[in-house]
Design a protein around this ligand. Structure first.
Ligand SMILES: Cc1ncc(COP(=O)(O)O)c(C=O)c1O
Length: 349
């Protein structure tokens, strides 16, 4: 079953908000980038890198609802964590600061943090988070649980970012699809494909929005990690369906309706690819839009390849949903400098 724009809007609008995200984000036409790719496919970028909070990104849109929920529950602290260069962690720290909450980040002491404090990790400290780094072999989930108990013992009311927050994040991205559909209508145009870097929630939410509104377009996810086989696609559909149920929508997505590829990951998650760095430089130099080295540049590399292979046919319009992540650029300076053969031209006279 499909629903009207205002019904989806009403279902989302009944949820509490944190008031931290700058929405709607702009939808930018990218004529110079499209021309550089041959000019047969029109590319627009939905600027969720501009959600506003401490360099923005997709997590700020998700936290608008997830932390709205936390505030409604009376939470006084947030507990979360992922990789040391996690954009999620940085945006959680910023949101906590704005909401006057404590934030404990339980991140991994991975290769990037062993190289020093940079990028998102640096910003975690700047934003006042209590940053803890879990050594190899230590159970990160267990440490998060210990932190929850530690905070409770101090009289805090901690909100562990987990499954409920993920579902609310998917709802937020169904809302992003609605926002994008309305922007396309206002531009008197229609899209044929949506592309995005996809871990989990963003793609599931966009696909839910497409299905709920009955839009004639396909969402293509480009995974930042290996393993986008049948099981992952089933998972994405399950998550979208859980969010539909949460919203009380009679909408169901089948696994076959989810498109996701890990063909552009390269060696592994967090290791740059040549094609990704080429994509990053092309978008920067044609449109002044920055990508990150872990998620978005690999997704844009995939999108470029698909345009060049004709998988997005001539005459079609593709919306790339930019999920942010730009602070990680600084943690990858050595790779960027080597790729671009950058030198400091010192003028001495
Ligand atoms: C920049 C960026 N893009 C994409 C993703 C993936 O988001 P999601 O898990 O919602 O698909 C993340 C985080 O995991 C991210 O930081």
């Amino acid at each position: 079953m499909t629903v009207a724009h205002n019904e989806l809007r009403a279902a989302i609008d009944q949820l509490p908000r944190a008031g931290i995200a700058e929405l709607p984000t702009p939808l930018h036409d990218c004529p110079r980038f499209s021309a550089a790719l041959g000019g047969k496919v029109r590319v627009l970028v939905k600027r969720d890198d501009l959600t506003g909070l401490a360099f923005g990104g997709n997590k700020t849109r998700k936290f608008e609802l997830a932390l709205g929920d936390a505030v409604a529950e009376g939470a006084t602290a947030i507990v979360t964590g992922a990789a040391s260069q996690s954009n999620h962690a940085r945006q959680a720290a910023a949101a906590a600061a704005k909401l006057g909450m404590k934030c404990v980040l339980v991140n991994r002491h991975d290769r990037r943090s062993q190289m020093g404090i940079q990028g998102n990790q640096l910003l975690g400290y700047v934003l006042g988070a209590d940053v803890r780094l879990v050594a190899d072999g230590v159970d990160q989930g267990k440490v998060k649980q210990q932190v929850v108990e530690e905070l409770q013992a101090q009289g805090e009311k901690p909100y562990l970012i987990g499954r409920r927050a993920s579902v609310l994040g998917i709802v937020a991205y169904a809302g992003c699809m609605l926002e994008t559909a309305e922007q396309l209508e206002a531009m008197d145009t229609a899209a044929d494909f949506i592309c995005t870097a996809s871990g989990q929630g963003t793609q599931a939410g966009l696909a839910l929005g497409v299905k709920a509104l009955g839009l004639p377009l396909q969402v293509q996810g480009f995974s930042p990690y290996k393993g986008s086989g049948a099981q992952r696609i089933v998972q994405l559909a399950e998550m979208a369906n859980e969010a539909a149920e949460f919203l009380g929508l009679d909408v169901h997505l089948a696994a076959e309706e989810m498109e996701n590829t890990d063909a552009y990951v390269g060696e592994e998650y967090g290791i740059v690819t040549e094609a990704g760095l080429d994509a990053l430089h092309l978008l920067a130099r044609t449109e002044g839009i920055l990508l990150d080295p872990v998620y978005t540049c690999k997704a844009v590399a995939g999108m470029i390849d698909w345009i060049q292979q004709g998988k997005f046919p001539a005459g079609s319009t593709v919306v790339y949903v930019h999920t942010g992540g730009n602070p990680a650029l600084f943690a990858y300076a050595p790779e960027l400098i080597a790729h671009g053969d950058y030198r400091q031209n010192v003028v001495t006279e």
